[in-house]
Design a protein. Structure first.
Length: 76
């Protein structure tokens, strides 16, 4: 695994833990039962982790072509 992918994975893990606890706090504020809160926590953690990691990798792949495009426009 390349350094960029490891960094993206670490960012995804730490962000998802924080964001999932925020989601749990919101679920508690809305008065959801404990079993529903647990389900929301697990689903939120898994689904959004996969989406965030995929977004990070895609963004890394698009950054170089996009930067090349911008640099070519500046040199004209």
């Amino acid at each position: 695994m390349q350094n960029e992918q490891i960094r993206a994975l670490a960012k995804a893990i730490t962000w998802r833990i924080l964001a999932s606890f925020i989601t749990v706090a919101i679920a508690i504020a809305f008065g959801l039962p404990a079993t529903a809160i647990g389900g929301v926590f697990v689903a939120d953690l898994i689904i959004k982790f996969v989406m965030y990691y995929g977004h990070e990798i895609l963004w890394q792949k698009l950054t170089t072509p996009f930067n090349n495009f911008l640099n070519n426009r500046k040199s004209r």
